[in-house]
Design a protein around this ligand. Structure first.
Ligand code: ZN
Length: 262
């Protein structure tokens, strides 16, 4: 993965923006050795994600940022320019509906508006969104069909994988998830989630034989709400994660982790 990014000439960045590159973490460096893939996903287009992206980049990692295109530029949110800059830096930008609604409470036409119009807007910004995250992880069978119809190749929910509150759940998704429009995760990372708990999720995934472990973050700041993680905790986790590469544990965008295509 790092090799690919070191070649990060403008041409490569543009190719990434256009979604033209294949799963980049599968370089000669890691091919055949990758067992556990951790995807760091950040929801809601929060302004703190600019700093979060920096932390990832410093470790040679790339994340997945789910934005609500209609609220970009509002107070506390990423601007359109910042969203585009994330993609140019090699991060994945995915859809999260226009205005962050519960899709399972909407009619099919309303779901189409929220999912398709959001994606169209991201496309108009020059992005190529191929994965979607359902706000609140709230989804029904109809919304999954709409997501597919709108051109998404995969979509992420929240919950369903093992964590401190769900011991009976599986630890990971397979690299080719059975339900591509219902990719599971542990519960959202919260301000009271410890570094030790984050590490434990990865250790559990490794012990279970690997697979994809998508983690859900929201704001990245100190004392800024239940759904937040302090930068120090995130950075400590990234440092620990980076050292696990030799054990076959790598960080990829969710798009690359599940081989999503546009
Ligand atoms: Zn959200």
């Amino acid at each position: 993965m790092r090799i690919a990014y070191r070649l990060g000439a403008p041409a490569v960045a543009l190719a990434v923006l256009a979604g033209a590159l294949p799963a980049r973490a599968e370089t000669a460096e890691t091919a055949g050795k990758v067992r556990t893939v951790v995807s760091l996903t950040f929801d809601d287009g929060d302004a703190t994600h600019v700093a979060a992206a920096r932390l990832l980049e410093r470790r040679g990692m790339r994340g997945t940022f789910y934005v609500n295109s209609a609220t970009a530029g509002r107070a506390g949110k990423l601007t359109r320019k910042q969203v585009v800059a994330l993609a140019r830096a090699g991060h994945e930008v995915g859809g999260h509906t226009l205005t962050h609604v519960r899709l399972d409470e909407l009619t099919r036409a309303e779901q189409r508006g929220q999912i398709c119009d959001d994606r169209r807007r991201l496309l108009a910004w020059g992005l190529r969104p191929v994965t979607l995250a359902y706000p609140f992880g709230a989804v029904d069978a109809q919304a999954k069909k709409v997501a597919r119809g709108c051109g998404y190749d995969a979509a992420r929910t929240v919950g369903g994988l093992r964590q401190w509150s769900c011991s009976g759940c599986p630890e990971t998704e397979p690299r080719r998830p059975r339900d591509r429009y219902g990719i599971r995760t542990p519960g959202s990372v919260r301000e009271d989630t410890s570094l030790r708990q984050l590490r434990q999720l990865v250790l559990n995934a490794e012990r279970a034989g690997g697979g994809v472990l998508p983690l859900v973050f929201h704001r990245v700041c100190d004392d800024c709400g239940l759904y937040s993680v302090p930068p120090k905790v995130l950075d400590g986790f990234l440092a620990w994660l980076a050292a696990r590469e030799r054990r076959g544990t790598v960080v990829m965008t969710l798009r690359d982790a599940v081989g999503a295509r546009g």
